[in-house]
Design a protein around this ligand. Structure first.
Ligand SMILES: [Zn+2]
Ligand SMILES: [Zn+2]
Length: 143
C-alpha cells in the first residue's frame, strides 16, 4: 500500500499537486485583493470589512459578490446619463433665444421674458414650430 502510494506520489505527480495548490493559493490571494480594490473603488467605507470577509476562502468572495454595495461609480454614471438625456430633451424643445430659459414642447412664449418662441395656428391656436408650413392639428396652411 505504502509502496503503491510512493509510486503514485512520484516527483512528477507531486509537482502537479504542488502546482495546483500554488494555483489555488494565487487565485485565493487575487480574490482577496480583488475584493479590497473593488470595495474601495465602490466608495465603500467598510471596504476593509469586505476584505476581511473575503479572507474566508471562496465563500467570502461569493458572499461579497452577492452582497456587495451598488457601485457609487455606476450610480454617478447613471445620473450623468440621465442628465444628458434630459439635456437632449431640452435641446429638442429648445430654449428661449432671449434669456435661455428651457422651453417646453407646447410653449408659445417664454414664461420668463415673454418672448414669442413659437408661431400659433391662426385657426386652432396651437403652438407650431417656426418651419411648419401646415398646422398638423387642423391642416390650416401657414404663411
Ligand atoms: Zn425668455
Ligand atoms: Zn391649427
Amino acid at each position: 500500500m505504502s509502496s503503491l502510494l510512493k509510486e503514485v506520489m512520484s516527483p512528477q505527480v507531486m509537482m502537479v499537486v504542488y502546482g495546483f495548490i500554488a494555483f489555488v493559493v494565487v487565485l485565493y490571494a487575487l480574490s482577496v485583493l480583488y475584493v479590497f480594490i473593488d470595495a474601495n473603488r465602490r466608495g465603500c467605507k467598510f471596504f476593509w470589512a469586505w476584505g476581511l470577509l473575503s479572507l474566508i476562502p471562496f465563500a467570502g468572495l461569493i458572499a461579497y459578490l452577492v452582497l456587495r454595495p451598488h457601485s457609487y461609480l455606476a450610480d454617478r454614471e447613471e445620473q450623468e446619463l440621465d442628465m444628458a438625456l434630459r439635456e437632449r430633451q431640452l435641446a429638442q424643445y429648445g430654449t428661449c433665444p432671449n434669456c435661455g430659459t428651457p422651453i417646453e414642447k407646447d410653449f408659445v412664449v417664454c414664461p420668463v421674458c415673454n418672448t414669442q418662441v413659437r408661431n400659433v395656428c391662426p385657426s386652432c391656436k396651437r403652438p407650431l414650430d417656426a418651419h411648419w408650413k401646415v398646422c398638423p392639428y387642423c391642416r390650416t396652411h401657414i404663411q
